[in-house]
Design a protein around this ligand. Sequence first.
Ligand SMILES: N[C@@H](CCC(=O)N[C@@H](CS)C(=O)NCC(=O)O)C(=O)O
Length: 206
Amino acid sequence: MITIAAFKWVPDFARGFVRDLRLRWALEEAGIPYEVELIDSEMQKSETYRQWQPFGQVPAYRDEEVELFESGAIVLHIAATSKALAPADHPGQAQVAAWVFAALNSVEPRAQNYIHLRNAVSEDLQKAITAKLHDRLNALSDRLGDEDYLEGRFTAADIVMTTVLRELAAEEALSGFPRLQAYVDRNEGRVAFQKALSDQLADFDR
Ligand SMILES: N[C@@H](CCC(=O)N[C@@H](CS)C(=O)NCC(=O)O)C(=O)O
């Protein structure tokens, strides 16, 4: 049985956005059952948990074969076992991996700077942070064009990119990017996403 680690509690604003959502969504898309180990702040700091997740973050993942951390690596690991998440051929899988890295390395840092820093820095810096973000979003929007998905069909890359972008959507920062907003709406409309989201929220309610 697959086990994922998620937080037992987070503040209200973070509910529905914690990164274990990526794993839950991927596993739902793939139809793979899993259980959740809910960790508290004591556990997060413990030596035992740091052996599993060196930075004390969530998510972490284990199955019969591997213990993993980093949501992108975990989603790719799950995708390698399911045609629902990636093409069967190596070139197709390599493209999916490229987009997962793009989401996490080229888009997410600028999105997170915008979300966390824009109200805490000078006006000049705010402008620079917004311009850097818009530069990435324009490029992504141009590349997506009129396609529904990054790679012509839904893949694990759309899970990771959508979870990066929906944090911006929640801040109304996608209003100038109708294609990206539509992309987020389309992917959030998937049955597997809705199930993953409601399961994460239900764990917090408990
Ligand atoms: N690069 C990591 C980031 C994980 C991450 O930022 N997790 C947050 C929750 S969404 C966390 O655990 N924050 C608490 C902390 O960093 O101490 C991944 O994608 O798995």
